[in-house]
Design a binder for this molecule. Structure first.
Ligand code: UD1
Ligand code: MG
Length: 469
């Protein structure tokens, strides 16, 4: 006996009006179909077969070897889609979960409960149902006077009585594997859409005397099927709530959870406070006791404990503990900050490591650089790392003082303990503990300011229009 799953993901998703295949649209950063495959895997389904058609290659590339695949060349309906898994699964004994690739919110807990009920009742089929305030568009679950499930009727085939039913088919089911493939042989396409409907299997089994059971979701939101952008937005909102609640349960403070956007897979330590407008994406991992935001945008970034990042963008950066970043900093891929590093306003770092206790407080570009510890990088310092063809490295030793508005023309090395005078353009290496000055000497001309003004005034009198642009 085995638990298996079939995930239906061959449709184009016309109602999305998109170049992207429907099941690949992300919900909280992860394609819908990946959420579904993760859920069935977590619910202990050993074999997972994904039915692909439209965008087959893209779907397979997204899911990789986390699943087996079968192709539905022509989309003749959900029953026809399941039949495409026949050659892979028909010989198996056990339970098969069938789930649509466009229902990303169905949780592994729910799937486990569905399987448990199915086993407990010894059913041939168990439908996951939900009561929707507005059931428009969904298949309706028709029950008999005794409450037994009789069949599922698609929205387009509903009589007015059927249409009034608010209990809907979520498109997630549990089947006895053998009975499923047997019953599929009896499904016809004699309906409003001329399609082979999988939900017809429910009526077929019921009519042949098999036990059909139903597991009703307590929270109908979990059943949201994404057929258009409105539902996609709704799924995003619901998934966001679920993710944020999990972080809150782990001891993270979200100042405004409705306006905090955390993708699946992000980790956050306890007692970290996240302010609104913050977006945490990809494989971002944040330590404990941090302050993140408002409006921090972090992708694949690792943040040590006790760090603060305000109004900044970080992409592929690594920060050790107690760093202080922003407001308005931009940390690009390859940025590595040691402990207790300050990166202030309007500073951009790229492919640059900065050692412990160093500071880059304002208006700098540091790219392709190795900066030691205890370094002070003055306001307006830039590394000139690019000649239009090649990138060059700047190395700054420990405890260097780089004065304001210094240009470091790479490749260049500044020895530890050196002092670079403000306004210098450094083109040659600087020895340890040396002072480097590379700027034109100042000259003051007494009384010359009046002369300059007089000259300008007379020019203006000759041509009064020359201030107009
Ligand atoms: C389906 C159910 C409906 C249920 C609803 C819940 C059917 C006929 N109807 O309707 O009872 O209330 O889901 O969300 O099953 N697919 C294929 N091949 C096909 C057709 C569809 O792989 O030939 C896939 C789609 O990619 C999609 C899933 O099956 O992921 C469901 O298809 P969709 O067209 O979205 O069905 P709904 O109209 O939502
Ligand atoms: Mg759908």
């Amino acid at each position: 006996m085995k638990n298996m799953a079939i995930v239906l993901a061959a449709g184009q998703g016309k109602r999305m009006k998109s170049k992207q295949y429907k099941v690949l649209h992300p919900v909280c950063g992860i394609p819908m179909v990946s959420h579904v495959v993760d859920a069935v895997r977590l619910a202990a389904c050993e074999r997972v077969v994904v039915v692909v058609g439209h965008g087959a290659e893209a779907v397979q590339a997204t899911l990789g070897d986390s699943a087996e695949y079968t192709i539905q060349a022509e989309q003749l309906g959900t029953a026809h889609a399941v039949l495409q898994a026949k050659h892979l699964l028909a010989a198996e004994e056990g339970i098969t979960v069938v789930i649509a690739g466009d229902t990303p919110l169905v949780s592994s807990d729910t799937l486990q409960a569905l399987i448990a009920l199915h086993q407990r009742e010894g059913a041939s089929a168990t439908v996951l149902t939900a009561t929707m305030p507005d059931p428009t568009g969904y298949g309706r679950v028709v029950r008999g006077a005794d409450g037994a499930v009789l069949r599922v009727v698609e929205h387009k085939d509903c009589t007015p009585d059927d249409a009034a039913i608010t209990e809907i088919n979520t498109a997630t089911y549990c089947f006895d594997n053998r009975k499923l493939f047997e019953a599929l042989g009896h499904v016809t396409n004699d309906n409003a859409q001329g399609e082979y409907y999988l939900p017809d299997v429910i009526g077929i089994l019921q009519r042949q005397g098999d036990l059909v059971s139903a597991y009703q979701l307590a929270d109908p939101a979990e059943a949201t099927g994404v057929n258009d952008r409105m539902a996609l937005g709704e799924a995003e909102r619901l998934m966001r709530r679920r993710i944020n609640a999990a972080h809150q349960a782990n001891g993270v403070t979200l100042i405004d959870a409705e306006n905090t956007y955390i993708e699946t897979g992000v980790t956050i330590g306890s007692d970290t406070v996240v302010y609104p407008g913050t977006i945490l994406r990809g494989r971002t991992s944040i330590g404990s006791d941090c302050i993140i935001g408002p409006s921090a945008d972090l992708t694949d970034t690792i943040v040590g404990s006790g760090s603060t990042i305000r109004q900044s963008v970080c992409d592929g950066a690594e920060l050790s503990d107690e760093c202080n970043v922003g407001p308005f900093a931009y940390l690009r891929p390859g940025t590595k900050l040691g402990r207790h590093v300050k990166v202030g306003d309007f500073v951009e770092l790229k492919n640059a490591s900065v050692g412990d206790n160093s500071k880059v407080p304002h208006l700098s570009y540091i790219g392709d650089a190795i900066v030691g510890s205890g370094v002070n990088v003055g306001c307006g310092v830039i590394t000139a790392n690019y000649d239009g063809y090649n990138k060059f490295v700047t190395e700054i030793g420990n405890n260097v003082f780089v004065g304001s508005n210094v240009n470091l023309i790479a490749p260049v090395k500044i020895g530890s303990g050196a002092f670079i005078v403000a306004g210098s353009t450094i083109t040659h290496n600087v020895d340890e503990n040396a002072l480097a000055i590379a700027r034109v000497r100042q000259e003051n001309k007494a009384g010359y300011a009046d002369k300059i003004r007089a000259r300008a005034r007379s020019k203006k009198e000759k041509n009064p229009d020359n201030t107009k642009s």
